[in-house]
Design a protein around this ligand. Structure first.
Ligand SMILES: C[S@@+](CC[C@H](N)C(=O)[O-])C[C@H]1O[C@@H](n2cnc3c(N)ncnc32)[C@H](O)[C@@H]1O
Length: 276
């Protein structure tokens, strides 16, 4: 990081993991050029209606009050484009050559992120479809049940070799090439965040796109799944989160309050095997 950066909100004992409390759109400007080996970003989806209280049936929480997740409120397309240009422009500068970013999104948001990535000169490598087998139903019965999210995987630019542990991923997939459909069961966790990612998704992304001791960045940390898994896999990690209560959850999580990280094997994992 540059010398003007704010102090981290939290560091783990070895200082391999740092959490910054603040706005990524501002803080990312302080990081040095070509300093990051991989980015995992789960930005706001801008798809929620303000103040809607929905009852959840997937076991995660009794209700999800969108009033409490103002960062997820729907926003104009202009706002969304500006938001994604601002942080992705910095990510392009921060990534080392050949390195990659994962960007997740729902049908509300992924189209904008995709256009911005391409316009900034990232090379889209894959759209990985995340199929949540136990996704909740459409509460109002007004459209189909949404069971997927998209995760774009993109390289900094079109030059050089992509940092990709192809052989490892093939090995984890029983010796056959892994496909871009990852299926999983969402499991309960002990903390409250409305959009936490399942650790298996991070495990596979991190193993595919980084090596031990690499530095991973998550600019929208949420409940800190990226740091939790990255640390468990021997990577360094920088996270940024702008809600203080989520920063507290992240610290508790890293310190083991909700259980230690356990790496899954291919057999235990719910990521599906290719038939090709
Ligand atoms: C979809 S959630 C990320 C969930 C995360 N992947 C996890 O597993 O918990 C998006 C997060 O980004 C945070 N956020 C939104 N805008 C931000 C910004 N400009 N800077 C930093 N964090 C932001 C929100 O508070 C929210 O926790």
């Amino acid at each position: 990081m540059g010398k003007n950066s704010a102090d981290p909100y939290y560091c783990d004992v070895k200082e391999n993991l740092k959490l910054f409390y603040g706005d990524s759109l501002v803080l990312l400007k302080d990081f040095s050029n070509a300093s990051i080996d991989m980015v995992f970003a789960d930005p706001p989806y801008f798809g929620n209606q303000s103040g809607l209280v929905m009852k959840r049936v997937d076991g995660h929480a009794d209700t999800f009050d969108t009033q409490k997740a103002q960062w997820a409120y729907s926003k104009s397309l202009n706002y969304q484009f500006e938001f994604h240009y601002t942080w992705l422009k910095e990510i392009k500068r921060l990534l080392k050559p050949g390195c990659t970013i994962w960007v997740t999104g729902t049908y509300h948001s992924i189209g904008v992120a995709n256009v911005v990535l391409q316009d900034l000169g990232f090379k889209i490598l894959n759209d990985v479809i995340l199929h949540k087998r136990n996704a909740p139903p459409n509460f109002l019965g007004s459209c189909f049940r949404a069971v997927t999210e998209t995760m774009l995987w993109a390289k900094k630019d079109y030059y050089g070799k992509t940092k990709f542990n192809y052989k490892l991923m093939k090995e984890l997939n029983g010796g056959v090439q892994m496909k871009n459909l990852w299926e999983y069961w969402a499991k309960k966790n002990g903390f409250r965040h409305p959009a936490t990612k399942q650790p298996i998704i991070l495990e596979y992304s991190i193993l595919a796109g980084s090596n031990e001791n690499d530095l991973i960045l998550d600019p929208f940390a949420g409940s800190g799944t990226t740091g939790f898994v990255a640390r468990g896999l021997g990577r360094k990690c920088i996270m940024i989160e702008k809600e203080l209560n989520y920063c507290q959850i992240i610290q508790e999580r890293i310190e083991g309050k909700y259980g230690e990280f356990k790496r899954k094997t291919r057999i235990e994992s719910d990521v599906s095997k290719t038939t090709a």
